[in-house]
Design a protein around this ligand. Structure first.
Ligand code: UD1
Ligand code: PEP
Length: 427
């Protein structure tokens, strides 16, 4: 198994191109199931999760074509064509590797009248139930049955009716499933307390380009007028605000000066706000964000929350940065119950962190030391790379499949700004 070696101590400087957003791409791809016409997505990141989703789509008879991008370029253009669906089952083997597979349930039941998807199960960051996906689809006119680890959704009368649903908890994935399904339902649907993450706005914008009628885009109250059919479209995936935020933390912990080319400062406003409070200078313009960290880093208190609050997907990377800030920081993880798996590994690198339930108290240390570390989830892995960039000596990060799910050619991008980082085969 490969591992990443980071030799810390280099000050990062230069430009990192920001890729298309994984979490947007994973909800834009299943939109291809809503139409018999081709859907072309530009700026898709080259990630294991995208390959996995592409594979899942072929299970339903969707043809996929990758158009001429050179291997050395970042991003890809893929056309998905679901002219005729030949299957309606998403099997366990594919779903277990990628939780976002559940996002085929809504579009599939809306288009084909039925869908069977393996229950995704828990994962390292928490239980992650799908009850809200199922309840919202029921409200839109689906009948749900659970058996042998699979969920089967069938549209009553062959087509979803549409309906109203108020989410008791803000859920990104459940909102996405419901919006996609409602776009092709018979009547009008109203979704209250919907998630309003930028990735949901990206989804709604694509659906509108496909002929959907959605009111309230970007708010927590979405009204969707279902259409008889949707058309194909060509659409560019939004920039990855979490990838950009991660490299911002990497630049900051080394006292560096890095341009995040293509990043959207508005979408990542909560991360930039946190970084500014920590003492990092962040300047956003129309084409990207520039991060400079020449002064001291200060401890801060942070709490994750649904958008526009601080993204839980940034918590681990900000924590890595705070391990070297002056004074103490208090972090609250309010979204997932078990998202501190990076803490024991950061402690092995010399960090001073104490967790009590969903609270973590980080006391800044003067230096970290390189160590062999192992990550259990995507952002936890990135936090270890960030710590490694500032640590004395060499850090070895193992279990790279997590990083490969979410960071397009991580080590190449960090090498571009002067990091001493490489991927090697395990001996
Ligand atoms: C592919 C993708 O976009 N993943 C993101 C998405 O995950 P995902 O869509 O899975 O996360 P949700 O927003 O649904 O989860 C938020 C909270 O709601 C709970 N919940 C969710 C669904 C449900 O049916 N029942 C329920 O109780 C979850 O356990 C969690 O506590 O949003 C998360 C929260 O911003 C991010 O960390 C993930 O990176
Ligand atoms: C938790 C994440 O992703 P997923 O929902 O795909 O597991 C993430 O992107 O940090």
């Amino acid at each position: 198994m490969d591992k990443i070696l980071v030799r810390g101590g280099k000050t990062l400087s230069g430009t990192i191109p920001i890729s298309g957003a994984k979490n947007a791409a994973l909800t834009l791809i299943p939109c291809a199931l809503l139409t018999e016409e081709p859907l072309t997505l530009r700026n898709l990141p080259r990630l294991a999760d995208i390959d996995g989703f592409q594979h899942l789509m072929t299970q339903f008879g969707v043809s996929t074509g990758i158009q001429g991008k050179r291997p050395e370029d970042f991003g890809r253009v893929i056309t998905f064509e679901a002219t005729r669906l030949t299957g309606t089952v998403a099997p366990y083997d594919l779903v277990r590797k990628m939780r976002a597979s559940i996002l085929v349930l809504g579009p599939m039941v809306a288009r084909a009248g039925e869908a069977t998807v393996s229950l995704p199960g828990g994962c390292a960051i928490g239980n992650r139930p799908i009850d809200l996906h199922l309840k919202s689809l029921e409200a839109l006119g689906a009948e749900i049955e659970l058996a042998q680890g699979y969920v089967k959704a069938v549209a009553k009368g062959g087509r979803l009716s549409g309906g109203d649903y108020a989410f008791p908890v803000v859920s990104v994935g459940a909102t996405e499933n419901a919006v996609m399904a409602a776009s092709l339902a018979k009547g009008t649907s109203r979704l209250s307390n919907a998630a309003r993450e930028p990735e949901i706005v990206d989804l709604c914008n694509l659906l509108v380009a496909m002929g959907a009628e959605i009111e309230g885009i970007g708010t927590s109250e979405l009204i969707i007028h279902g259409q008889e059919r949707l058309n194909g479209a060509t659409y560019k995936v939004m920039p990855d605000r979490i990838e950009a935020g991660s490299y911002a933390c990497a630049a900051a912990i080394t006292g560096g000066n890095v341009r995040l080319e293509g990043a959207d400062g508005t979408d990542m406003a909560s991360t930039l706000h946190a970084l500014r409070n920590i003492g990092v200078v962040c300047e956003a313009d129309k084409k990207g964000v520039t991060i400079s960290a020449n002064g001291p880093l200060r401890g801060v208190n942070l709490s994750t929350a649904p958008y526009p609050g601080l993204a839980t997907d940034m918590q681990a990377q900000l924590m890595a940065l705070l391990t070297m800030a002056e004074g103490a920081s208090v972090l609250q993880e309010t979204i997932f119950e078990n998202r501190y798996m990076h803490v024991p590994e950061l402690i092995r690198m010399g960090a001073d962190i104490d967790t009590q339930g969903r609270t973590a108290i980080v006391k800044g240390v003067k230096s970290l030391t390189g160590a062999e570390v192992m990550a259990t989830d995507l952002r936890a892995s990135m936090s270890l790379v960030i710590a490694g960039l500032a640590a004395k000596g060499e850090t070895q990060v193992r279990r790279l499949y997590h990083l490969d799910r979410g960071y397009e050619r991580l080590e190449e991008k960090l090498q571009l700004v002067g990091a001493d980082i490489e991927r090697v085969g395990d001996d």
